[in-house]
Design a protein around this ligand. Structure first.
Ligand SMILES: Nc1ncnc2c1ncn2[C@@H]1O[C@H](COP(=O)(O)OP(=O)(O)OP(=O)(O)O)[C@@H](O)[C@H]1O
Ligand SMILES: [Mg+2]
Length: 390
């Protein structure tokens, strides 16, 4: 549906995007995830048409849309801070997009397209000018017969406002003033207002950033539901990895204006391609090592069995072991000996640091272990993830 090809952006000579290649399918929930300043908003604004890229292509259904202004693109944007009209009530805020487009917008667009076609056809067959003109006049007349009255327009608005308020869970809030809404409610009004134009793609730039944690969680769930029910593509920007992993079909991890990895949340979490992704996606143990041969990796002074292959002999690699994949076992029963350095209760699990001769390993476990205890750490071969260094 949306395609970015080698998109670059410079601001005053400073390179902000370095060749973004990306394909987004219809009905996908795609998230741009990355640290502050990595270029997420810039990419989103390029898709939305608010800024032009320095180089590259942006295609929509295979067609170049760079020359199409923002308001004519099949996209709509929800910004980080709700940009609602405080003097209008909920109903009029949501209705706004339809009123701006005006009555008979669709029909007028159709007529415009027909007139353009007519011109082209006459140019191609000038000798048949009259005949062609006549068929088109007939077509235009037909479209005009579908024009609606003011009253019908108001009914259409009412129908759609109700539909989208219901979708975002704000039925019955029509006459509320914007100032009397909570943050979450305002953000839902903003989403309804963007959806009412029935964009093919909704662009959302950290729409939940201003909300507290509990409300944010609720809204994450609701947004995902809205996306499913409305059946449109969401392109969502966040720097919150948990938000990205819970909501998305596809996560695009960015750093310093470059895409690091594109994949499902499970791919990204389980198979990070490099140290940056592994580190950004979760608290991780990231260890430099050497791939001795297929299925055998060396780090921290030992050889370990693993499930990775296809590296060159003695290739330097980075290794990830997730904290929840490490077990704490009695001394002598595991892979590396260590001492319990600290124990922090995290609500659901304990975060336990184990100090070995070479480093500190972080472990998440529901079993309490006392500080100072001499233990071993252990894992299964498949819990070792070997990554190339780049
Ligand atoms: N209009 C502009 N003029 C100059 N530099 C800009 C402009 N907009 C963005 N930048 C720079 O481009 C880089 C990427 O900015 P962008 O807003 O895309 O980051 P981001 O990933 O959205 O970060 P955040 O998570 O903080 O919103 C930053 O270094 C920023 O300072
Ligand atoms: Mg941003």
């Amino acid at each position: 549906l949306v395609q970015l090809k080698d998109v670059t952006k410079e601001f005053n000579g400073q390179v902000v995007l370095r060749g973004i290649d990306l394909e987004i399918k219809s009905n996908e929930f795609v998230t741009f995830l990355g640290p502050s300043g990595c270029g997420k908003t810039t990419t989103l604004r390029i898709i939305g048409g608010f800024i032009d890229p320095t180089g590259g292509e942006v295609l929509f259904d295979g067609e170049d849309i760079l020359k199409i202004p923002a308001y004519k693109r099949p996209t709509n944007t929800v910004f980080q801070r709700y940009s609602l009209f405080p003097h209008l009530n909920v109903y009029e805020n949501v209705a706004f997009g339809l009123r701006v487009k005006g009555r008979n917008h669709k029909q007028k667009e159709e007529i415009k397209a027909l007139k353009l076609e007519l011109k082209k056809e006459i140019q191609a067959n000038p000798e048949q000018k009259e005949k062609i003109a006549k068929t088109y006049q007939e077509k235009i007349k037909q479209v005009k017969s579908k024009f609606i009255t003011k009253k019908q327009f108001e009914e259409e608005i009412k129908f759609k406002v109700n539909k989208y308020l219901k979708l975002v869970g704000l039925e019955g809030f029509e006459n509320r003033s914007i100032q009397k809404l909570s943050g979450g409610q305002m953000q839902r009004v903003a989403i309804a207002r963007a959806l009412i134009n029935e964009p093919k793609v909704l662009l959302l730039d950290e729409p939940l950033a201003a909300l507290d944690l509990k409300l944010r969680k609720e809204m994450q769930y609701e947004l995902k539901e809205i996306q499913r029910n409305a059946g449109i593509t969401f392109i969502y920007v966040t720097h919150d990895q948990e938000e990205a992993l819970t909501m998305s079909d596809k996560v695009v991890v960015m750093n310093k204006g470059e895409i690091q990895q594109v994949g499902t949340p499970i791919d990204i979490y389980n198979e990070p391609v490099n140290r940056f992704v592994a580190d950004f996606i979760g608290e991780s143990n990231i260890i430099p090592g050497i791939m001795k041969k297929d299925f055998l990796v060396h780090f921290d002074g030992y050889d370990f069995e693993c499930v990775d292959k296809g590296f060159s002999v003695n290739q330097e690699v980075d290794i990830v072991i997730r904290p929840e994949d490490i077990d704490i076992v009695p001394r002598g029963k595991g892979k590396i000996p260590g001492i319990v350095d600290s124990v922090i209760f995290k609500g659901v699990h304990f975060e336990i640091d184990i100090k070995t001769d070479t480093r500190v390993y972080t472990v998440h476990t529901t079993d309490y272990v006392a500080e100072g205890k001499e233990v071993d750490i252990d894992w299964f071969p498949e819990d070792i993830h070997v990554m190339e260094i780049w």
